[in-house]
Design a binder for this molecule. Structure first.
Ligand SMILES: [Fe+2]
Ligand SMILES: [Fe+2]
Length: 274
């Protein structure tokens, strides 16, 4: 099974700052003939507030003619505790209308591919509890199958024992809970987006892939904390057989490396570091 992970496309008809990267990306995806495309969020520039961004992005994704699953990013559904864009039922509903469930499981014969809504994790919302129970159930039914998780926000930047990195990774308390599951079920892969960086590493038997964005790079004026990973655009190709998952971060031909720093005031005026 061949899977392509794309992330952080940040698409919008009203703010077409990164739109020129869609055509080369779409062309490359079709050439790759994947069985499945997984989008790990920030599909839109501002779907959390602008429905048109969803309509436009969903049309582009469907236009690929390839089956896809997607998990939401903070720019799609808002973020827990955010001043301007808290994640809400209305925002989640809008996601589901255009992209389907915000958490899902793809059950192949030998693998369980699990999509998680990272914006619920640590939110304290009722939906968080629902997702936690659901994930427990799905994991308990995994049997002998290998497990891979896909979510927008990475579990950690440097180490699972690090403190709160704020905007950039999952909060320490829910992270600790997720690590219990990772250990208990020997999760093989945790794939994320959000950081707009490319990174491929192992920790304690689990492989972690940070999928780069296809839209823009994040430069020094955005005040991200120090973190590993490479500042480049691209996508991830996975080849899965009964035992193995091969993963490679690919530089998709024809992508223009935009920098959010140059256009942050126009694209995200209320939240320049987001
Ligand atoms: Fe993003
Ligand atoms: Fe994000």
């Amino acid at each position: 099974m061949r899977i392509i992970q794309i992330s952080d496309t940040h698409l919008s008809p009203g703010k077409p700052h990164f739109a020129d990267n869609w055509a080369p990306l779409a062309r490359w995806i079709v050439e790759q003939q994947p069985d499945l495309v997984i989008h790990t969020g920030d599909v839109t520039v501002d779907g959390a507030d602008v429905e048109e961004d969803f309509r436009y992005s969903a049309e582009l994704m469907r236009g690929l003619g390839v089956r896809f699953c997607a998990v939401p990013g903070n720019h799609d559904v808002g973020d827990a505790g955010h001043n301007h864009q808290p994640v809400s039922d209305e925002r989640l509903q809008r996601w589901r209308t255009y992209f389907g469930p915000d958490r899902w499981v793809e059950d192949t014969e030998d693998w369980l591919l699990i999509g998680l809504n990272a914006l619920m994790i640590g939110s304290g919302e009722l939906e968080e509890e629902v997702q936690t129970d659901w994930l427990d159930r799905v994991m308990n039914n995994a049997g002998t199958r290998h497990v891979a998780w896909f979510l927008h926000r990475p579990l950690f930047l440097d180490s699972p024992s690090e403190g709160d990195t704020g905007y950039w990774s999952i909060k320490p308390r829910p992270r600790a809970q997720l690590f219990k599951l990772i250990k208990r079920h020997s999760v093989a892969l945790v794939a994320s987006g959000h950081l707009h960086k490319a990174h491929d590493f192992r920790h304690d038997g689990t492989r972690y892939i940070w999928a780069p964005s296809t839209a823009f790079l994040v430069g020094p004026t955005m005040k991200a904390p120090p973190m590993p990973g490479e500042n480049r655009l691209g996508a991830v190709v996975y080849n899965i057989d009964s035992e193995m998952i091969e993963a490679e971060i690919i530089a998709v031909p024809g992508l223009t490396p935009h920098w959010i720093d140059d256009v942050a005031e126009e694209v995200y005026p209320r939240a320049p570091n987001k």
